[in-house]
Design a protein around this ligand. Structure first.
Ligand SMILES: [Mg+2]
Ligand SMILES: [Zn+2]
Length: 167
């Protein structure tokens, strides 16, 4: 089993859209530069790097699943160009309450863990929202809140013996 760096997308990898708005095309995708270095370090250590992102804009008809896939292909290519490898992307295209994958539900992380044989207790979820924190808590993972590309701390699950650290 392997550890993994799980990354939320909007607000972590790219500047989030305004509330109620969505990143609907690559032209709107604005990379947050700090994430490149985090990914590179994890690559160097042999950790998996996997994106888990809610994209309800698909369910709302603001973009197609193909369009979203194109944004993710461009994102992976741009990060690759900068020396940072993303191993996989999981997204939820659904409305709230109709699936098991939309965060704060845990389906995406659990599916990734099955596919890649990930040890969640050794993994980290980096996110900018309460739903990210909730996923990490439910699965006994460390949660790293970020704001504008800055790590605000490391929240360790209560049951863990790992010491709490502050940024
Ligand atoms: Mg986010
Ligand atoms: Zn879903």
């Amino acid at each position: 089993m392997r550890p993994c760096l799980f990354l939320d997308r909007d607000g972590v990898i790219n500047v989030a859209a305004e509330p109620g708005c969505y990143i609907e095309s690559w032209e709107q995708f604005q990379l947050i530069p700090q994430v490149v270095d985090w990914i590179r370090l994890c690559n160097e250590l042999g950790l998996l790097v996997i994106v888990v992102t809610n994209q309800r804009g698909v369910a709302l008809g603001r973009m197609t699943e193909n369009g979203l896939g194109e944004i993710h292909r461009m994102m992976i290519a741009e990060l690759e160009r900068l020396g940072a490898r993303v191993d996989d992307v999981f997204y939820c295209p659904h409305h709230e309450g109709e699936c098991d994958c939309r965060k704060p539900r845990t389906g995406m992380v659990r599916e990734a863990a099955r596919k890649w044989d990930i040890d969640l207790t050794m993994s980290i979820l980096v996110g900018d929202s309460e739903s990210d924190r909730s996923v990490a808590r439910q699965l006994g993972m460390r949660f790293v809140p970020v704001v504008d590309g800055r790590v605000k701390g490391v929240e360790v699950p209560k049951s863990s013996s790992v010491a709490r650290t502050a940024a």
